[in-house]
Design a binder for this molecule. Sequence first.
Ligand SMILES: C[S@@+](CC[C@H](N)C(=O)[O-])C[C@H]1O[C@@H](n2cnc3c(N)ncnc32)[C@H](O)[C@@H]1O
Length: 250
Amino acid sequence: MRRIVVIGIGAGDPAHLTQQAIAALRASDVLFELRRTAADLTALRREICDEHGIGGRVVSIAEPQRDRGADDYAGAVQTWRDRRADAWEEAIGSALGDGGVGAFLVWGDPSLYDSTIAVLDEIAARGRVTFEVDVIPGVSSLHALTAAHRISLNRIGGAVQITTGRRLAEQGLPAGVGDVVVMLDGQCAFTTIDEAGVEIFWGAYLGTTGEILIAGPLAEVAPEIARVRAHARQLRGWIMDTYLLRRAAE
Ligand SMILES: C[S@@+](CC[C@H](N)C(=O)[O-])C[C@H]1O[C@@H](n2cnc3c(N)ncnc32)[C@H](O)[C@@H]1O
């Protein structure tokens, strides 16, 4: 039986790689590399592998483009996943023989806003290429964010919600939750929140040498974050940012 290991590699700092992740990488016969992410991210992944002396055989998989303008968001994501499954199935079937071990490197932690596990499940369900899957946890960007700001994710006994910029813009701050982590926000959805007493803890390029942190009352710092974000994005050509919105204690 083939084995696929989904390895969380942390949010950008090569030191985020756990002993478990390094051991799993070294034990892999093939590293599957997805050709879709920004050039900087591919370079960072390579740097992480080099720093830990992990070479191995690399099989590059060309990733299909997602239709980002589609009205049917869920339908477009499903179509994209199906096409990815086709490409991965072909790559796994031809690169790995019986008993072979292949690795997929996942940014942050594989359980958080990442479809690697779901795509592998879809391929396994088809039954044409068979394999077992193991998942190695990683330092997520949300934990890199809370550590960088030296804060806890929750207040005592409080609920936390993790959501996307799209949902925040559409639905506002969810009721009954003190702390809301927002990811995948390309549109600065925090600027649409009009509630008094909210604090923001924002971070971009967390764990990398270009890390940027801003925190303070949302109403005061939102314009600064939007400005800094736009400038950084223009300079580097890409940005990854995450933030925590904290309601005033009741
Ligand atoms: C597709 S999700 C992947 C999340 C990842 N699995 C994790 O555990 O962090 C991509 C989103 O994660 C966040 N993100 C990932 N890495 C980041 C970093 N180094 N700094 C800031 N945000 C990051 C951003 O919100 C970005 O839009």
